[in-house]
Design a protein around this ligand. Sequence first.
Ligand code: C5P
Length: 298
Amino acid sequence: MSVTVRVPAKVNVQLAVGAARADGFHDLANVFLAVGLYDEITATPSSQGLRITCEGPDAGQVPLDRTNLAARAALALAERYGREADVHLHITKDIPVAGGMAGGSADAAGALVACDALWGTGASRDELLAICAELGSDVPFSLVGGAALGTGRGEKLTELEVGGTFHWVFATAGRGLSTPAVYRELDRLAKGRDIPEPVADQAVLDALAKGDADALAVAVTNDLQPAALSLFPELTDTLAAGRAAGALAALVSGSGPTTAFLASDAKSASDIAGVLRASGTCATVRTAQGPAAGATVV
Ligand code: C5P
């Protein structure tokens, strides 16, 4: 018997970052949109204790030990229910690794839902969400999917209405960026400046609710973008290539280095993807639509 769970990637359509807190995290107003690029996590009983395997183009970059967030999710659930984490987790990886699209968080949420189903723990959704929040700031959203405003360090979610489908193009870079490094660079760049409280932008929420891509394009913001570009200046060329190809908006996805391009429709997304592929400014190019459902047993 095994259980497979499909979990989406995310893009941040607003990422407002406050000052560094005493615990080192930053308060956020983080508007997440789940998009249809998925990892799949299959949980199977194991007689050799906890095992992780991974397949996919970036599989070589995924740790297979207990530092993997999926392993930590299984261990956290097992501990909560006083049982052994005797499970084999197989990750079929399609979300870019270290890309700012919450791939690691997706695997954690997927492993949690898969182990929960395999072990029949009967945990409530709130219990699962609490474990997600302990595992990482973006993990609760990977469970929930759709669109949501994340406050606190991004883990306190308010689900949002979305009135249509948004068409995106994502360009991966040749290497990853470490999220803590990007936040550290943000702090360095912001030194001496007064940093306002992060608040959700009504224009972003209205654009999502209406499904209005033109309105969303002028409203999107990412406070981590200057820090990501400072660490990875070549991304400026990728953003420019996407804009020149007709993207309504071009931005760094979360902490990067994946870049995200909002398109007016599926045809435009496909055209922009073609231009980006030929531009020589990025590694791989994908199209995806949002919103997408959260962690789902398949
Ligand atoms: O929560 P998560 O483990 O994904 O966070 C990774 C790192 O990103 C943290 O260690 C911290 O450096 C940074 N971070 C932050 N403020 C947040 C979320 C993440 O400073 N709200």
